[in-house]
Design a protein around this ligand. Structure first.
Ligand SMILES: NC(=O)c1ccc[n+]([C@@H]2O[C@H](COP(=O)([O-])OP(=O)(O)OC[C@H]3O[C@@H](n4cnc5c(N)ncnc54)[C@H](O)[C@@H]3O)[C@@H](O)[C@H]2O)c1
Length: 454
């Protein structure tokens, strides 16, 4: 998740509470317009946040939901019940019950919000079932081959697979995208981002309360502690690159005149998760014996074909305040979100140390979609960005058009994970990036967030 989890449960309950009052999103549907018939696979904590967002829209009908966890389904039913909308049929029972949902004839689009290892098989099954719009939570797949399979399957079925990368809709990164497009930073040179989020209290819990409640994971954990932590046991690389790289890729026109060419990753020793288990559960806790493979801080350098570099950080095991650590630097200026500063040569005061307060620039270059939809956006999770990512998906389905973030974006951004694992495994060797577009990156145009619509 791009924003702090501290407010996550609060966000869901705020949006859930808001559902029982006047529906604020009615403006989306033109009268008489057919509703988008949406199925949900995975109604865990993230799936419920998406449910809460679409329950506010009157241009969406939830036609089915599926999960394997009774508690998550109960929470979802309560959300839907409070909205006053019709309770959809529920598919559950085993790991493949979602195939019954996919076989329904009345589905326009499906949202997948399950553990990472389920995304690829579920996307492939949705494609085989003939579903043309698939919104999947981050990330696309586990192995490089997973990414190729999804790209080829999407092309073969003439479908649209959009990764629901909400960080691309942050108000600050969209304003900076505006500034980049207007040339204020000059030519792009070096960008930074990442996922710097203390997830210790997410990777471990007491099996009941999702955050900061214990030292259990796997079968004894709840929500992400159930599945996500196992990736830290077994894998060493940048496990969550898309929140950091997505906005930067859009600024650099990746897959649209530019592409990722190669990558090199370094990983530190691993201490944070073990120390946390000892702190929470004591040195004798059985999990204190677990050996974690994921280095506490993984740094990845990416080289782009137009000559820029990107530095990504994956930093989820140590105590630290949340930050995606953005830096956007060109021949004429720089933005850094950590010090909230912008410097533009010729316009900012130059005295070696002076930074403009970024707010001055971010307000001036506020993106048109934020100007138009901020009221609706702030009623959804993650400071409004959850609204925009779902809005973009639903509007694309309604208009039967390509989604603004496509399967090539999803593949390129999330393939950073298996490529970084390979680089670390090979002693920090630089590895080549595949071209998922098959050369079409040279002619594709950037259509992301060009207007105030979505
Ligand atoms: N973009 C963001 O801001 C953001 C925030 C949180 C999570 N996420 C992503 O959302 C996804 C889900 O994360 P979460 O926090 O909701 O995790 P979660 O564990 O709370 O929910 C996952 C749900 O999937 C269900 N599930 C597992 N296997 C299933 C199957 N075979 N069929 C049907 N349901 C199945 C689980 O029972 C659970 O309810 C992940 O990809 C995560 O990275 C994104």
């Amino acid at each position: 998740m791009p924003l702090s989890r501290r407010n996550f449960v609060k966000n869901v309950s705020i949006t859930a509470a808001g559902l029982s009052v006047v529906n604020p999103f009615n403006s989306y549907a033109k009268s008489g317009e057919a509703k988008v018939k949406l199925g949900f696979i995975g109604t865990g904590l993230r799936g419920q946040a998406h449910l809460a967002t679409v329950l506010k829209r009157d241009d969406v009908e939830i036609v089915a939901i599926c999960d394997v966890d009774a508690r998550m389904l109960q929470m979802s039913k309560e959300l839907i019940g409070k909205s006053g909308k019709k309770m959809p049929p529920i598919y559950t029972g085993n790991d493949y019950s979602y195939r019954e949902l996919l076989a329904l004839k009345n589905i326009d689009a499906v949202i997948i919000a399950t553990p990472w290892e389920w995304h690829k098989p579920m996307i492939m099954d949705a494609l085989s079932a003939g579903i043309k719009y698939i919104g999947t939570e981050v990330i696309l797949g586990i192995t490089l081959e997973d990414h190729w399979e999804v790209v080829r399957g999407t092309e073969k079925n003439n479908a649209h697979v959009m990764m629901l990368e909400n960080a691309c809709y942050r108000r600050d990164t969209l304003a900076i995208t505006n500034m980049v497009r207007e040339g204020l930073f000059g030519e792009m040179i070096h960008l930074q981002g990442g996922y710097q989020h203390d997830l210790r209290g997410v990777k471990f819990n007491d099996g009941i309360t999702p955050y900061n409640s214990g030292a259990e994971f796997g079968e004894k954990g709840f929500s992400e502690a159930k599945w996500r932590t196992n990736h830290s046991v077994n894998r060493n690389g940048d496990l969550y690159p898309t929140h950091g790289v997505g906005p930067l890729a859009m600024m650099l026109n990746i897959n649209r005149g530019n592409r990722f060419e190669s990558l090199c990753s370094f990983s530190t020793k691993t201490r944070g998760l073990h120390n946390y288990i000892v702190k929470k559960g004591g040195a004798d806790h059985p999990n204190a014996k677990v050996l974690f493979k994921l280095g506490d801080v993984v740094t990845t350098q990416i080289k782009c074909s137009n000559g820029e570099t990107i530095l990504l950080q994956h930093d989820t095991n140590l105590p630290r305040p949340y930050s995606l650590g953005f830096r956007v630097q060109g021949t004429n200026g720089i933005w850094m979100n950590i010090n909230n500063g912008i410097f533009i040569e010729g316009q900012s005061k130059y005295d070696h140390e002076h930074w403009d307060d970024a707010k001055l620039w971010l307000d001036k270059y506020d993106h048109p979609i934020w100007k138009r939809w901020s009221k609706e956006a702030y009623q959804t999770g993650h400071d409004g960005i959850d609204f925009f990512v779902m809005h973009a998906f639903i509007e694309s389905v309604k208009r039967k058009t390509a989604t603004p973030m496509d399967v090539y974006d999803a593949a390129a951004w999330s393939a950073i994970t298996p490529l970084s694992e390979t680089s670390v495994e090979l002693g920090n060797q630089t590895v080549d990036f595949p071209d998922f577009t098959g050369g079409r990156w040279m002619t594709h145009k950037n259509t992301f967030a060009l207007t105030d619509e979505y």
